[in-house]
Design a binder for this molecule. Structure first.
Ligand SMILES: Nc1ncnc2c1ncn2[C@@H]1O[C@H](COP(=O)(O)OP(=O)(O)OP(=O)(O)O)[C@@H](O)[C@H]1O
Ligand SMILES: [Mg+2]
Length: 232
């Protein structure tokens, strides 16, 4: 579905990703793990067209889409739920949902949102930024349900939430995976992410240090990936 080939990318301050290759197959969950500052958010930004790579290609369904704008990637089914709360805090819940909707299907999107997340249905006229953190993250996640995506990029959607809400969020991620969505999942809850994932990539200082099936990875590799970068 989505493939990054030999991607290098960064900012004015310097290169972050170096020769990174990663594949998200159809109907598969891929976990992207690694320590703070490894380049996980940067990789998702490249994958959704927000950041243009300095080298390498982005392929969607076999087609080279490198250099395409974010909305063009979104039209091809790539949905990015960004780090932080990916919502418009000063707009109402309904306005946010309508902005998330694919192809102007406003009515249908409100219906879907209320079915999947009953709390959003109850809070339709509330200003999104006044909702609790968990409710705001549900609204952010709703994008993956109403934009009709094929591959969802999720950047730490469980961050800063109470354990019960984290549980709930992972329930929704399971549902998306069961419904046949491809997921590229950046998560700090490593064990939970591995339970959900078919494949795992570890990124350390902008390079892939492990790529394989999630069942292949052992605790030592995992520990080294995180602690190794702290030690140096
Ligand atoms: N807009 C930016 N301008 C300059 N440097 C940036 C920018 N965004 C990120 N960086 C740098 O790129 C590197 C990778 O950052 P990135 O946010 O991709 O890491 P991450 O793996 O998502 O980390 P975390 O787990 O803390 O979210 C860091 O050194 C960061 O300071
Ligand atoms: Mg990040």
């Amino acid at each position: 579905m989505l493939e990054l080939r030999n991607i290098s990318a960064g900012y004015d301050t310097g290169l972050v990703l170096r020769d990174v290759s990663l594949v998200v197959p159809d109907n598969a969950v891929v976990a992207l793990l690694g320590p703070n500052g490894a380049g996980k958010t940067t990789l998702l930004r490249v994958a959704s067209g927000l950041l243009r790579p300095s080298a390498g290609q982005i392929i969607v369904d076999g087609e080279d889409v490198t250099g395409k704008r974010p909305f063009e990637l979104s039209q091809r089914g790539v949905c990015h739920v960004p780090e932080g709360r990916g919502i418009f805090p000063s707009l109402t819940v309904n306005d946010n949902i309508q902005l998330q909707a694919a192809g102007g299907k406003f009515k249908q999107s409100l219906k879907t949102a209320a079915e999947v997340f009953p709390k959003l249905g109850q809070r339709s006229t509330q200003i999104a930024g006044t909702m609790s953190g968990g409710e705001q993250q549900m609204l952010a996640l709703n994008y993956a349900y109403v934009s009709d995506p094929r591959c969802v990029l999720l950047d730490e959607v469980s961050m800063g939430l109470a354990p019960k809400i984290v549980e709930e969020i992972f329930g929704y991620l399971h549902d998306l995976a069961r419904a046949g969505q491809s997921l590229l999942l950046v998560e700090q809850y490593v064990t939970r992410a591995l339970q959900l994932a078919d494949y795992v990539y570890i990124l350390d200082r902008g390079r892939v240090t492990f790529a394989g099936e999630s069942g292949e990875i052992d605790e030592e590799t995992m520990m080294n990936a995180y602690l190794g970068s702290l030690a140096s």
